[in-house]
Design a protein around this ligand. Structure first.
Ligand SMILES: *Cc1c(COP(=O)(O)O)cnc(C)c1O
Length: 427
């Protein structure tokens, strides 16, 4: 593995894996022919399945015509087509689309837009952001500042800006929590610029669901302060939670002002992200140069990514019923699997995501990312030709929607084994 420095990897002891030669549908293939079920959609990006022919063809077709243009001056039909398609999938309040390259940059853009929005309005004091423990918004410095502060952020803490981080309310919204949250808002009031959260379920923080009533309470109260609401749907977008977007689980008054999309945007085939804004935000940026949005990346609006994203949207738009059925099939299987898992493991199903906590006998605490349990489980699953990547002792499955009954059955068999042979896990 000459020269490769892998993400989130102690290179002295890399986790089980190896060289992948090709992929198709829900499977990854090694050169020796080993066929591995991609049970986590390759870090949550693949939704239609690997190498979906419609997306691959769209990229190929694009290669004959145009590769890259300078997006500040020019744009192209693919970007217009993409926005047209997305407008059909999104709530009409989302009208303006800012392109960037990945989930982290979509969050950076949302942060800068929020701050600048208030300055454009003339309210210079709105400079604070609110996020939650357990949250993950990316790895660039701004996004990382919002994240749960942990071993992941500690080495870089001098770089991070101060964020008002509120403890996640947990499984039930208690009166005590409400009281302290309201107190916090009261203190912040006129200085709060934005709230950011991952709606319905926090991902990398351990697949932690939000009770809907907590979200409703939080958003309603934050809106009263005049701050903007940002939803980071980088993971939850495009049917992950059972609906096209996670915000659809809430009532329209709770829909966000800014929306971050990436991961599944191109069907997982190429990097791209969007920060989507309402007209009332966009319009404050119109006027003298000082009001314009100072942000851009070399590859903003890249043609191949746009072509892939258009193709992915077309798949969703043309087959909406099929996707609802695919997603609810996964959910049904996962609910069956959930029934086999002890309650003490806290099994949960949110749309196409099944997660549970394995008892961490090393007692190093929940979600200790470096615990060997995660590596052991990864190896154990690979032995059964299933690829997973537990978050510490949180094991989860999040397959591409192309997954078939028999593949879901193999996940079920694996979980059954874990339940029945749990003591072996720690040897
Ligand atoms: C993955 C993820 C990000 C970061 O996206 P990258 O493309 O990895 O930079 C941000 N927010 C959420 C909720 C994510 O799951």
């Amino acid at each position: 593995m000459s020269g490769i420095w892998k993400p989130f990897t102690q290179m002295l002891a890399p986790p089980p894996g190896g060289l992948i030669d090709s992929a198709n549908g829900a499977y990854l293939y090694k050169k020796d022919g080993q066929k591995i079920l991609d049970a986590i959609s390759s870090w949550w990006v693949i939704n239609h399945g690997h190498c979906h022919p419609h997306i691959m063809q769209a990229i190929r077709t694009q290669t004959h015509k145009l590769d890259q243009v300078l997006f500040s001056n020019f744009h192209h039909e693919k970007s217009e087509e993409l926005i047209e398609n997305l407008k059909q999938l999104l709530d009409p309040k989302f009208q303006h689309f800012f392109f960037s390259d990945n989930g982290s940059t979509s969050v950076e853009v949302a942060l800068k837009m929020t701050l600048h929005y208030f300055k454009n309005l003339g309210s210079k004091n709105r400079t604070h952001f609110l996020s939650f423990t357990g949250s993950y918004h990316g790895d660039t410095v701004g996004a990382m500042s919002l994240n749960d502060r942990s071993t992941f952020t500690n080495p870089y803490k001098e770089l991070l800006f101060e964020v008002n981080q509120v403890k996640h309310p947990g499984k039930e919204l208690s009166e005590e929590w409400k009281k302290s949250f309201l107190h916090k808002l009261d203190v912040l009031k006129g200085s709060l610029a934005g709230l950011i959260l991952e709606p319905l379920i926090q991902g990398a923080g351990g697949m932690i669901p939000w009770p809907k009533e907590s979200l409703e309470f939080i958003i309603t109260e934050v809106r009263k302060t005049g701050a903007l609401v940002i939803f980071d749907e980088v993971m939850t977008g495009f049917y992950r939670t059972g609906k096209m977007f996670a915000y659809e689980h809430l009532s329209p008054e709770q829909y966000p002002d800014l929306l971050c999309l990436s991961k599944g945007l191109t069907g997982g085939s190429l990097p791209m992200a969007l920060t989507v804004a309402t007209s009332s935000i966009y319009e404050t940026f119109l006027g003298p140069k000082s009001k314009m949005f100072y942000h851009g990346h070399s590859f903003t609006g890249n043609l191949f990514s746009c072509a892939a994203a258009v193709a992915s949207c077309q798949l969703f738009l043309k087959n909406q019923d099929t996707y609802s059925a695919k997603v609810s099939k996964i959910e049904t299987h996962f609910l069956e699997i959930k029934a086999l898992i002890p309650n003490s493991w806290d099994p949960r199903v949110i749309g196409t995501i099944l997660a549970f906590e394995l008892p961490d006998q090393t007692k190093t605490g929940r979600s200790e990312y470096t615990s060997m349990l995660s590596e052991k489980l990864t190896q154990k699953a690979l032995n059964e030709n299933i690829f997973i990547r537990p978050l510490g002792n949180t094991l989860y499955f999040m397959p591409p929607y192309s997954v078939e009954d028999r593949e879901l059955q193999s996940i079920k068999n694996f979980v059954k084994k874990l339940v029945f042979e749990q003591d072996d896990m720690y040897c």
